[in-house]
Design a protein around this ligand. Structure first.
Ligand SMILES: Cc1cc2nc3c(=O)[nH]c(=O)nc-3n(C[C@H](O)[C@H](O)[C@H](O)COP(=O)(O)O)c2cc1C
Length: 181
């Protein structure tokens, strides 16, 4: 199955996850940063991933989907978002975090994607630019009322979780083939 994985990533975890997905699928796969991604036209399976920043998917990824939505609707599509809060919390009638990040992408499709998931990423303070470092310090100390002197290194990257995502895609593809026989 000719596969394209398009990712939006600022510090590399969504890119690393794209490679882990490709490794497990074991299809002929092209992996591209969304900034230089080709049209999905020549591919059968398109997997689109985005890092989450300040409660949302990267704008470049939203634009890619908007640009190629007509083509994508005719293909097999899977989506993933990479973040720290994959679960989200319920508060006063609203969900914050978790699926809240991915639903706006899913809702763009009339023909629902084959699979979608929230996958764990990481924060490596050594990689962050000055603005992001300050944003996180504000979030930890002013919003969460912690008393951090520096941004802590947090990794929740989990290859097993990523492979489970790829395996679900494989099993759903197989299910579709059986139904189509
Ligand atoms: C400035 C900033 C804002 C972030 N905002 C969120 C957020 O709203 N929710 C969340 O779960 N994770 C958030 N994260 C964590 C990122 O989603 C996580 O670091 C992810 O692995 C980044 O992917 P990348 O390395 O591909 O850029 C944020 C990280 C930074 C640096």
């Amino acid at each position: 199955m000719k596969t394209l994985i398009v990712y939006g990533s600022k510090y590399g975890s969504t890119k690393a996850i794209a490679h882990w997905i490709a490794e497990r699928l074991n299809f002929k796969t092209t992996i591209r940063d969304v900034k230089e991604a080709p049209s999905p036209d020549a591919f059968d399976l398109i997997i689109i991933g985005s890092a989450v920043y300040t409660g949302g998917i990267m704008p470049e990824v939203r634009c890619y989907i908007d640009k190629y939505l007509d083509v994508l609707e005719k293909k097999v599509v899977a989506l993933y978002a990479v973040c720290l809060d994959t679960q989200g919390v319920y508060l006063k009638g609203k969900v914050h975090g978790g699926w809240e990040y991915l639903m706006p992408l899913i809702k763009k499709f009339k023909n629902p994607p084959l699979h979608a998931a929230l996958l764990h990423g990481e924060i490596n303070p050594n990689k962050l630019d000055k603005e992001d470092y300050q944003r996180l310090m504000y979030f930890y100390n002013k919003v969460l009322h912690r008393d951090y002197a520096k941004v802590p290194y947090k990794t929740k990257m989990n290859k097993e979780e990523v492979w489970a995502f790829a395996e679900k895609i494989l099993s759903r593809l197989e299910g579709n083939q059986i139904k189509g026989r």
